[in-house]
Write a protein that binds this ligand. Structure first.
Ligand code: IPE
Ligand code: IPE
Ligand code: MG
Length: 248
């Protein structure tokens, strides 16, 4: 039986975040340029988006380019920017009725990419079925620092008092404030780390790591991650007995 067939369709995670890692190694293993891996990676993004919609995942948050990735060789950064520009196709989102959004320090991106991203967000804003979020020039420390600055500024202007700052208010000034925290976070490519991704938001997220390089990731691998997620008990600090009682 496939993992897809074994899924409990009533317990599909609402928000799945993915660290799409391993493009470069996938290419290097085949004696190709790293960029070839990124090109294949883009195709997989499109397929996984469609798979996620089919499974009923409401939010798919893809780590596409981190703050730290700006430090890669200039040639790789510009190849990635070129690929990004070429592949933001609003038709694909419109066809799938998917809302497109971006989180991250977008102002660091080339102006023509910003314009394309904004247009795509604008033209898909009414779709409610599913939402695909690209994290671009994103890192958690950038985001948390930004949030601190926003609240400090409000406090300095007398709009809020320091005492009023609580977890909810802080979540409200994160770039992810329009969606729930991730239920499941998947990292492909074999590394067991978060690399500055959604650190605040994944406080109680189920983490899933697999060795598959991103260009080889597919629907069945996604279903395997969700299947494993469904076998776990999320306790949020409580005891197993309490959770059993709540689920009665
Ligand atoms: C992930 O693949 C894509 C980006 C970070 C842009 P990598 O490019 O990190 O691939 P590896 O980890 O070197 O194999
Ligand atoms: C994380 O991958 C960032 C993205 C997938 C966009 P990296 O390849 O940059 O992570 P590290 O450097 O191995 O931690
Ligand atoms: Mg990597």
């Amino acid at each position: 039986m496939t993992y897809k067939e074994q899924l409990d369709m009533n317990r599909i995670p609402q928000h799945v975040a993915i660290i799409m890692d391993g493009n470069g190694r996938w290419a290097e293993q085949r004696g190709k340029q790293r960029t070839e891996g990124h090109i294949k990676g883009v195709e997989v993004v499109r397929k996984i988006m469609e798979n996620a919609v089919e499974l009923g995942i409401k939010y798919l948050t893809l780590y596409t380019f981190s703050t730290e990735n700006w430090n890669r060789p200039e040639q790789e950064v510009s190849a990635l920017m070129g690929l990004l520009f070429k592949n933001i196709e609003e038709e694909v989102f419109i066809k799938n009725q998917v809302r497109f959004r971006v989180i991250g320090d977008i102002e660091r991106l080339p102006a023509e990419i910003q314009a394309k991203l904004n247009k795509c967000m604008e033209h898909t804003r009414d779709f409610e079925r599913s939402c695909m979020v690209l994290a671009l020039s994103y890192s958690s420390r950038w985001e948390i620092t930004r949030a601190a600055r926003i609240l400090a500024d409000k406090a300095a202007k007398g709009l809020i008092s320091a005492d009023a700052i609580d977890e909810k208010m802080l979540s409200g000034v994160m770039t992810t404030n329009f969606m729930p925290d991730p239920d499941l976070l998947i990292r492909t490519g074999g590394e067991i780390r978060l690399s500055n991704y959604l650190l605040w938001q994944s406080a109680y997220t189920e983490l899933y790591f697999c060795d598959t390089f991103w260009p080889d990731f597919n629907m069945e691998e996604l279903c395997k991650a969700i299947y494993e997620y469904q076998q776990r008990e999320r306790r949020f600090g409580k005891t197993g007995a309490q959770i059993a009682q709540e689920n009665k």
